[in-house]
Write a protein that binds this ligand. Structure first.
Ligand code: GDP
Length: 523
């Protein structure tokens, strides 16, 4: 297979949802269809901590939530599929957001009884900003849920995206009969008595009248709804789907593995190939560019506690990875050798056989890389556009419990900050170290990892929520600092204020009208 053919068969996406909508269950089903796992229950077990080979952090096991994003790869219908897992817990949104920078499409799972929930909405906004296609799977049809038509209006009203159903549920809950699949010209029967899962339409494009379903009132209702939608609703347009303006909607029940394979097949048909990526000079690097390039969207330490390793996750943007290749680390302007690299199959991390644009590889890291780094070869020299950063809202003061152990304390902080796990600020007047996070759980993970990985016990003092605003270096004046507006520097040494609240910020702005307060640091 040529490089071009290899690249064209890549499909890289993330599943987004509110916790409990069924993301783990559906991921598991997808992996099963891809032959990547033999039994459903593997991903789930990992999530709840019963997974024998588990290499996940204790804290994750205790809480039964997925703290870390992982990558799963499998082949299906001639395509090489990469699923990037995103943690559903809101405390980890920063990590999730960055992962969404590395995919070409998103699948949004919605609980049919709950509709659009808070976390779905937040994640959807990020996906929307990127303008990548979103496919919707409305889950748990085996239970009573909301009216399908209402759910579609919710997509438009709450998320502001037009939708087009690809199939339509026939009843729900106890009365769930199956899916009216007008896309494929068939009905997919839920728990068929005669064992026949698919009933194909006849030459008139209808379910043969001899079939008992045609006498079922839920079928008649579904038919009416679907006709109404096909007449008056949005028309399917591949162009609009690819542009992220129209979301194809599928119904099903992940738990009973119903409608999932149909979804996967149709999804793979329309999900886009790897997309190009912009450099800081606004040049689009195409996937088919023969020179290798990629960017690091995530660094994760100690995925396997026995090895104390760090892994930098690289999204390949162009070309092909070759074992042992030399690449430019653009930020440092130096060459590094990519020798120790893994790929992510569902059950284990394996050595990379071939990885091309669209794929994710894991590069073992001993402290060389940072989140956002660009790797290139050949004629490609420029960095990719920086990944968006998310301003933390919660803050803690942190100290080493044992003052004699400053060294390991410092090392741990440096590495965890570099990983992008947490944000670091240093008070300008006292030199105190302050940490910022999007959510409380990030602090707990930090404390836990400091102890276990760096043997450094910490004392964390909550500072509550703060509003961060950067200032220009020339405006910096120590006299402006107070307990309600703490002057500090971030890890790049950029000056900023941590304001106690919006009030304090307005008060400050009145007092120092000439000091410009910036939401992002800019030179
Ligand atoms: P996640 O938090 O989004 O990963 O959700 P999970 O996949 O862990 O599912 C949350 C709960 O919903 C679990 O108890 C699942 O068994 C259940 N669940 C998932 N899909 C379905 C479904 O299609 N029907 C029903 N009845 N329950 C489901």
């Amino acid at each position: 297979m040529t490089l071009q053919e290899e690249i064209k068969k890549r499909r890289t996406f993330a599943i987004i949802s509110h916790p409990d909508a069924g993301k783990t269950t559906i991921t598991e089903q997808l992996l099963k269809f891809g032959g990547a796992i033999r039994e459903a229950g593997t991903v789930k077990a990992r999530k709840t901590g019963n997974f024998a080979k588990s290499d996940w952090m204790d804290i994750e096991k205790e809480r039964g939530i997925s703290v870390t994003s992982s990558v799963m790869q499998f082949d299906y219908a001639g395509k090489r599929v990469n699923i990037l897992d995103t943690p559903g817990h809101e405390d980890f949104s920063e990590d999730t957001y960055r992962t969404l920078m590395a995919v070409d499409a998103a699948v949004m799972v919605i609980d049919s009884a709950k509709g659009i929930e808070a976390q779905t909405k937040k994640l959807f906004q990020v996906v929307k900003r990127r303008g990548i296609p979103v496919f919707t799977f409305i889950n748990k049809l085996d239970r009573d849920g909301r009216e399908p038509l209402d759910l579609l209006s919710e997509l438009e009203e709450i998320l502001g995206i037009a939708s087009v159903p690809m199939n339509w549920p026939i009843g729900m809950g106890k009365n769930f009969q199956g899916l009216y699949d007008f896309t494929h010209g068939r009905v997919e029967v839920y728990q068929p008595e005669d064992g026949k899962r698919f009933v194909e339409f006849d030459e008139n494009g209808e379910v043969p009248t001899s079939h008992p379903l045609t006498k079922n009132p839920f079928f008649t209702q579904a038919l009416e709804d679907a006709e109404l939608l096909l007449d008056a609703g949005n028309q399917f347009s591949e162009e609009e789907v690819v542009a992220g303006q129209l979301t194809p909607v599928f119904f099903g029940s992940a738990l009973t593995s119903f409608g999932v394979e149909t979804f996967l097949e149709t999804f793979l048909e329309y999900a886009p190939e790897p997309h190009s990526h912009k450099t800081v000079d606004e040049e689009e690097i195409e996937p088919l560019n023969p020179d290798f390039s990629g960017f690091i969207f995530k660094i994760q330490a100690n995925m396997d506690p026995r090895h104390r390793d760090r892994i930098a996750f690289v999204r390949i943007v162009s070309g092909e990875f070759e074992r042992g290749m030399d690449v430019n680390l653009v930020r440092m302007g130096k060459k590094v050798k990519l020798s120790n690299v893994t790929q992510f199959m569902a059950e284990s991390r394996e050595n990379v056989e071939n990885a091309v644009a669209g794929d994710i590889i894991g590069v073992y890291d001993t402290g060389t890389y940072q989140v956002g780094d660009t790797l290139t070869t050949g004629k490609l020299k420029k960095a990719f556009e920086p990944l968006p950063t998310f301003t933390p809202e919660l803050f803690m003061r942190v100290q080493a419990k044992n003052v004699m152990k400053q060294k390991s304390f410092q090392k741990g902080i440096d590495q965890l900050v570099q990983e992008g796990a947490i944000q670091l600020y240093k008070s300008y007047t006292t030199g105190d170290i302050m940490l910022g996070a999007v959510g409380q759980l990030q602090f707990e993970v930090f404390k836990d990892r400091m102890e276990r990985e760096y043997n450094s016990e910490t004392i964390m003092t909550p500072m509550g929520s703060k509003t961060v605003r950067w200032i220009k270096e020339e405006d910096l004046d120590e006299k402006m600092s107070s307990s309600r507006n703490i002057l500090a520097r971030d890890r790049f040494d950029h000056p900023l204020f941590l304001f106690e609240n919006e009030f304090a910020m307005r008060w400050f702005q009145d007092k120092y009208p000439d000091v410009e307060l910036l939401e992002q640091f800019s030179v």
